[in-house]
Write a new protein. Structure first.
Length: 457
């Protein structure tokens, strides 16, 4: 049995592909045996070989990375039970809460890392694009191999440091692979079948959390302006160029109460070192449950609260809102995203740079769509839609100050609801501020949870 913490890089082994094929067959046979066909859909299932062992010629740790793409993860307990029979004993949430999981097992000198995602997850595309790009770009592959050897030699007994050391190069390849003309174009469609009537309040809350997490991290993972760090116990987004809480934040806390003080100090260290204001967001499922009390102990105050709300699109009838000389456009180029940035921040040079960066990496595969409303070609209102968790998240609704209370915000909201419904979504979600909450209630939105923001005094 190998030492999991020890980093050993081996020359590429042609047997790795066969090991992947054999293990994939075992997983599929276990999950989709005849007596269990009614539990899961085999139609929407794919198994992908990802990571370094999937790249011919690439030296790697003896770890077969497998991406299991399923129709939905509602029966995750059943999946966990079946994997346990194949000796996958470790099992936990991974990257996006409630909609992605990680499991592993060790067989003598080879390990298997299983990444479980729901179809339509953009993380699937990212891993496949990374793999295929390096297969077709030999010089980049050689550079990656060199980095792996250097880091393995330096951090042979420190897996976390080894992984962190690769992040900058991996991100640079992710950016190129994302817009590479030779990338794979066809993936399984996203699952849109989340109906309010069929789900519990807990599942609605989980969908809201997952959608907001994607909204807060999707483009950040490709950005050169921001530092996204998905740690084991929390996630941080740090931006040295813009000292504002909106672009510097901590969230997704998941640690034991006995380690709260240590993890709070660890999570906040970089922000204090760079003298950056930031917000710590507490999500409904964050751990420990008494995190707010520990933050207050460390000098934080509750500075803002947003209400997670949902809207049933199944019975909603769109009412066309016609405003003179006003039109809404989906924006996918630099000019349109600059208009989006103008409405959000008016004169922020950083926002221009941030959205220019998005313009350079935006494709039809992204789970976010950006919209701007124009009055006589002047941008006056903006909003985006994030498709994840089988729901449509309506985020960033902003109207320029001089054009508020004239119906433009309502028109943008209606437009996005109609867009989501046309794509087959049955449920929309959003975060309402305390000021906007009562209006959303009147419009038929239902509250389900609360997101609390804390800042340092």
């Amino acid at each position: 049995m190998g030492n999991y913490s020890e980093i050993k890089i081996q020359a590429y082994d042609e047997n790795w592909l066969q090991l992947f094929n054999n293990e994939s067959e075992k997983i599929i046979d276990s999950l989709f045996s005849d007596e269990n066909k009614s539990l899961m859909s085999r139609e929407y299932c794919e198994v992908h070989h990802i990571g370094s062992t999937a790249i011919p010629g690439m030296p790697a740790k003896p770890v077969i990375d497998i991406m299991l793409e399923l129709d939905d993860l509602n029966c995750i307990d059943y999946i966990k039970e079946k994997l346990a029979l194949l000796n996958y004993t470790e099992f936990h949430a991974h990257v996006i809460p409630h909609y992605s999981y990680f499991s592993r097992k060790q067989n003598e000198d080879i390990a298997y890392h299983l990444h479980i995602r729901e179809r339509g997850d953009a993380q699937i595309n990212r891993h496949i694009h990374f793999r295929d790009y390096l297969i077709h770009h030999k010089e980049d592959a050689k550079e990656y191999a060199k980095i792996k050897y250097v880091l393995a030699d330096k951090f042979y007994n420190n897996r976390n440091a080894y992984t962190t050391g690769k992040e900058s190069f991996i991100q640079s390849i992710d950016r190129k692979a994302k817009v590479w003309n030779g990338r794979r174009q066809k993936f399984l469609p996203a699952n849109t079948n989340f109906r309010v009537v069929d789900n519990t309040i807990e599942k609605i809350q989980n969908a809201i959390e997952a959608n907001i997490t994607v909204h807060m991290t999707h483009f950040e993972q490709y950005s050169q302006l921001l530092e996204l760090k998905r740690q084991i116990f929390f996630t941080t987004v740090l931006n040295k160029s813009l000292p504002e809480e909106s672009f510097n934040y901590i969230f997704a806390a998941d640690f034991e109460e006995e380690h709260a003080d240590k993890n709070i100090l660890l999570a906040t260290k970089s922000f204090f070192k760079n003298n950056l204001p930031f917000c710590w967001w507490i999500f409904p499922n964050d751990k420990p449950k008494q995190l707010s009390r520990y933050l207050e102990k460390h000098g934080f105050i509750n500075s803002s609260n947003n209400i997670g709300m949902y809207f049933d699109l199944s019975s909603w009838k769109n009412v066309n809102i016609s405003l003179e000389n006003f039109s809404i456009r989906q924006v996918q180029d630099e000019k349109g995203l600059q208009d989006f940035a103008y409405i959000l921040g008016n004169d922020s040079d950083f926002l221009d740079s941030y959205f220019n960066e998005i313009a350079n990496t935006l494709t039809h595969e992204d789970p976010l769509e950006y919209y701007v409303g124009y009055l006589n070609d002047k941008p006056v209102v903006c909003g985006l839609i994030c498709y994840f968790g089988r729901v449509a998240g309506l985020h960033c609704l902003t109207t320029s100050p001089d054009f508020r209370e004239k119906g433009y915000g309502t028109a943008m909201q209606n437009f996005r609801l109609a867009r989501a419904k046309s794509l087959g979504y049955h449920t929309a979600i959003l975060q309402a501020s305390t000021d906007g909450y009562s209006l959303y209630v009147k419009l038929g939105w239902k509250p389900v949870c609360e997101f609390k923001g804390y800042k340092k005094i």
